[in-house]
Design a protein around this ligand. Sequence first.
Ligand code: C2E
Ligand code: CA
Ligand code: CA
Length: 693
Amino acid sequence: MLIGSYSPALVLISLCVAILASYTALDMTGRIATAKGRAVHLWTGGGALAMGVGVWSMHFIGMLAFDLPIDLGYDMGITVLSLVIAIVSCGFALWLVSQERLPIWQLAFGALIMGAGISAMHYTGMAAMRMTPGIDYDPTLFGASLMIAIGASAAALWIAFHLRQNTPHVRLARAGAAVVMGIAIVGMHYTGMAAARFPDGSFCGAAIDGLSGKGLDNLVLVTTLAVLSIALLTSVLDARLEARTAELANSLTLANRELTQLALHDPLTELPNRVLLADRIDQAMHLVQEQGGCFALMFIDLDGFKPVNDAFGHHMGDQLLREVGLRLREDLRSQDTLARIGGDEFVLLVQLAEPDDALRLAARQVGLISRAFRVGEHDLQISASVGIAIYPGNGLTPQELLMNADAAMYHAKGTGKNGYRFFDASMNNDARRQLQLLQDLRNAVEQQQFSLYYQPKFSAGNGHPVGAEALLRWEHPTQGLMLPDSFIELAEKTGLIIPIGDWVLNEACRQMRVWHLQGYTDWRIAVNLSALQFCHAGLVQSVAKALATHGLPANSLTLEITETTAMSDADASMTVLQELSAMGVDLSIDDFGTGYSSLMYLKRLPANELKIDRGFVRDLEHDSDDAAIVSAIVALGQALGLRIVAEGVETGMQQDFLTQLGCDALQGYLLGHPLPAERFMVDILRAEQVAVV
Ligand code: C2E
Ligand code: CA
Ligand code: CA
């Protein structure tokens, strides 16, 4: 028998190649697992090629490491066939481990096929020597080599399958696994080699025309290393690229989440907004339908927020809203939803054990808000009006529930604010009535159902009339004469006040022109402006046009704006007021004393007149505080060089007191009610006759 010998250096190299090939294969499975579409096939094909070449070259170098005391060579065709077998079985293995799942029977079957493939490669490679007589294989070792091939394949498949996801220490784990797999493959090879016995006198048929050992080892090694490194490099680079892509995708997800947060939350308070609230109500309704129970929707509107905002500016207002949000949240459980759905409107959605819980919670919330808020340097006092709708019972859709809670909130406001009200069906009629009124109001402009009433103003000193205030009246087709308090707010909310206000200006100027022609040239006609008109860009132009149309001097028109309006956006109002003042129009600060005024600002306003709010005048006789306030206002007005007018004068005592304090003019039911122009003149003429007599 011929005794073979091994070149230790080549054996070691074959082991290294086996380990490297195993590592590459494991890395490739990772690529295949995360790739999509056509890339899967590319990676599987490339992986099969790289791993097949690797395993085969391990085998071939192992063959070259083996030496017999005769000349050896390898048949070209058979050697290539062994390479093809290696590539095909590796391709199969890669395909198998890239499957979604790898049940045990599939693993066993795969190991069998792959083991058979590697063995086939090995023994085909041996056959490439074309020995005569044939190689004599020791059955036990031959069997052992098959077992090792199958066992190693099973281990390799299992490891590859489990290491294909990119977990934290995957590279280290793969390296370890590659060593195990490499040793197993090498073990199979050398066991197979040990099984081979070459009888004495054996002759290698391929030694003459086949590939011979000289220099072949280097060629195979270099080619193999090149294939493996290219494969590995591609794989590593691709993994990087994928990691970058994943990072990008991650930041995209984050950006998306932020966008959702923005879309579903109010940026000021970070509370859910109307959209998210609607969704939560929907969910809560489903929950109740499935599991029973009930929930409450509380519409919370702040009282007295607007004046704070107007007086201290938006910055303070925002701060206050944030504080309110925080305080309201104090009392809630995590499953409750507090949303902000408008300027100073919050909505609370709470699951209830029983409907009565809503009452206690609402009372607590009202109490929380009525405690002063410390914002910046100021202690701000506001309160909350809460309307409560209960589900089931007060509505069938989220919108309906919200509308009903809103209606209940309006009732809470109507009954003195700083409190809460449960919804009941009668409130809905109000909402419907409001809607009807709005439609009527639209028609009213077109169908000219408006008229002006005039209330005289008298000089406090000598009792002569000094002009009149024009007060809007609506001759409603079914409800009769309506006062401004019942429709001005609606007209402001809907913007209808702009055309209505223009009509008032024009009509008042027309009437004033008539009186002018009758000789009352020293009278002034006063027209009330709402906040919205005041902010409207066309105001100055409208005023100029009304005056021009009726040929009136600007000075015979007084524009009354409330203190709150004048102070709300101080700088903007200042510009408009200065323009009006420059035209020569007379300006009056209405309802003085009810808002927050800054004295500094008041001093700079180009106003001509202060109207003391009738609230102070009413309580003059009973309330010494009010008397003090009125005399302070008078003193202040005088110091600023303003005319002082007192409105709401109903008794002789009030008249005397206000006259003594130094008011310039008086207006009120005692002296004259608001009347249509003709009856107004009848009264004026009668008063003049009395004066003459
Ligand atoms: P205001 O400017 O304070 O007008 C005075 C209101 O007090 C008028 O009510 C008048 O009828 C009432 N009044 C007059 N004397 C007395 C009195 O001795 N005692 C009492 N208790 N009340 C008296 P009216 O006409 O109902 O107007 C209410 C408010 O509607 C006005 O308050 C004004 O703010 C607004 N308004 C009236 N006409 C117009 C208008 O043409 N445009 C705008 N934007 N608002 C208007
Ligand atoms: Ca007025
Ligand atoms: Ca007033």
